[in-house]
Write a protein that binds this ligand. Structure first.
Ligand code: SDX
Length: 427
């Protein structure tokens, strides 16, 4: 294979170097394009544009492959815990026993949150969307940790990483409990990361929280499945905010806001609201399929389609199987799951969806599990953010260590050309 691409522009030819990844992906390196040709590329939504070279996550949209630093998502969800996977995404290797214990001990030591944050939390109306509150509290963490991370210092970077890994779960639990007017809980260092999350979320005042292994296992799997996904919208946001040398907490706060959108992480909430609406409307999935295909109808089949996966989302397959198991283990039956399965079956036979390669994505079944384990629909995207945190951290760290230049795309201007100014009286 040649190591160059040739571009012919205005009867001149230009050679552009090719970049080949370890999975044989090819990129045309256009770093010199504008300087040598005067032209730029145009790619709204960056559907064909790579922003970086990364060693963190590999996914193959055609084959439905998802690997974190070479490890298959199927192996990680079955054989690792979320904190091991967080370590892998952040530092590039699965931790050995000593590394794991140190990472977890350091996180435990940082799991207190300055109680002045409660006064900020109290300022939000109970009706505030949890993602907006979480983005604000994450940003507010900066005020209590004002020192900007010196990324050249491994120790300072590690400390910032441990701090956010420790405090973020506490903030999510506070956001949840505050919305229900429940007493705020604190971290319990005798528990593992996910068990601690469960007790912070669900502990009833004055009672010892009894762990339910079905819920712990389901959450562990869901957090791993959401932990990273290469250069998705929110991760790209974290990277571009960090590229201005804004701090880690500020960059993550921006990522939370990007994830909130219903086309992205907010889809898990939109899916449940859609399934509930279909159920309330009598469960006529064919009617809603027609709406989804009608260009004049803004309705979309939430939880369907993906920018990269064009055959199936491997995460959706794992979550769909887990949904059956969790509901069965908890002795819960939820008609919404049957409606979801009915929609999937319809779509797999419908040319509109098949032609456009639209299949269930990670958000289509996750909400069924969250609901079964006691998470309300408005908290679904917060759970997505909890899972995605280590991916955001790992990608931010990689971007800074790679010394990526500040992200500043170009544009093609299509507005008015030069015109003379007219004073108000003459307009
Ligand atoms: C996530 O990028 C990631 O990795 C994201 C994520 C992660 O882990 O970070 O995987 C998490 O965000 C998953 C996606 C969650 N969003 C949804 O479920 C919302 C519903 N899906 C769509 O909005 C859409 O499929 C996107 C946003 C996911 C992808 O959009 P694209 O790649 O920009 O595709 P498109 O909008 O250009 O659609 C292509 C065609 C269009 O039809 P035509 O104009 O060609 O006729 O497919 C149609 C679209 O109208 N289409 C849908 C549809 N999704 C796409 N039609 C009906 N229902 C849908 N859900």
């Amino acid at each position: 294979m040649s190591d160059k691409a040739t571009l012919i522009l205005n009867d001149k030819s230009y050679e552009l170097p090719l970049v080949k990844g370890t999975e044989n992906e090819i990129g045309i390196d256009i770093k010199s394009l504008r300087a040598s040709t005067g032209a730029i590329t145009l790619d709204p939504g960056f559907k064909n544009t790579g922003s970086c070279e990364s060693s963190i996550t590999y996914l193959d949209g055609e084959k439905g492959i998802l690997r974190y630093a070479g490890y298959a998502i199927e192996d990680l969800t079955n054989r690792a815990n979320f904190l091991e996977v967080a370590y892998l995404l952040i530092f590039g290797e699965l931790p050995n026993e000593a590394q794991y214990n140190k990472f977890f001990d350091d996180i435990k030591k940082q799991s207190y949150v300055n109680y002045n944050m409660v006064r900020i939390l109290d300022g939000f109306p109970k009706s505030a969307h949890p993602m907006g509150v979480l983005a604000s509290l994450t940003s507010a963490l900066i005020s209590f940790n004002p020192k900007t991370v010196d990324v050249e210092s491994d120790e300072e970077m590690y400390k910032a990483i441990v701090k956010i890994m420790a405090k973020f779960p506490v903030l999510t639990a506070w956001v949840f409990r505050n919305s229900k007017d429940e007493v705020l809980t604190e971290s319990d260092s005798d528990l593992d990361y996910v068990e601690n999350l469960c007790q912070m979320f669900f502990k009833e005042e004055g009672k010892k929280y009894e762990q339910n292994p079905v819920i712990v296992n389901a959450l562990n799997q869901l957090l791993i499945l959401h932990a990273d996904h290469e250069q998705n919208c929110s991760t790209s946001t974290v990277r571009i905010v960090g590229s201005s040398h804004a701090g880690l907490f500020a960059s993550i706060s921006a990522g939370i806001s990007a994830l909130w959108g219903r086309l992205h992480g907010g889809a898990n909430q939109a899916v449940l609201e859609m399934l509930d609406a279909i159920m309330e409307d009598g469960g006529d999935t064919k009617k809603f399929m027609q709406k989804a295909k009608d260009k004049n109808d803004p309705f979309r089949l939430m939880g369907f389609g993906h920018r990269v996966y064009k055959n199936f989302d491997p995460r959706a397959r794992i979550i769909k199987k887990a949904a059956d198991e969790v509901l069965n283990d908890l002795g819960v039956s939820d008609p919404v799951l049957d409606i979801a399965k009915g929609l999937e079956e319809e779509a797999l036979k419908d040319s509109y969806f098949v032609d456009r390669k639209l299949y269930p994505n990670v958000d289509f079944y996750s909400g069924v599990i969250y609901k079964a384990i006691g998470i309300p629909v408005e908290m679904f995207t917060v759970m997505f953010a909890l899972g995605r945190l280590p991916g955001w951290i790992g990608q931010w760290r990689e971007m800074r260590l790679q010394k990526q230049p500040i992200g500043r795309p170009r544009q093609i201007y299509v507005g008015p050309t030069h015109r003379e100014f007219k004073p108000l009286a003459e307009r």
